[in-house]
Design a protein around this ligand. Sequence first.
Ligand code: FES
Length: 61
Amino acid sequence: MSREDVICACRHVTKGEVRDAMKAGADCFKDVRKATGAGGKCGKCKKKIKKYMDRHRDADP
Ligand code: FES
């Protein structure tokens, strides 16, 4: 898995950007959407982003 992987196609947001938003304090999907714009269009990526966040929440920054 790479930081460059696009997690939200509509807004072209990468996993790395989601990760950075989490490091900056985002801890729910809404926060990530606010910080990156991800999920703000079709919403199809919402599940993917939530899963990704769950997987990385406890990982070291
Ligand atoms: S893929 Fe993220 S809003 Fe459409």
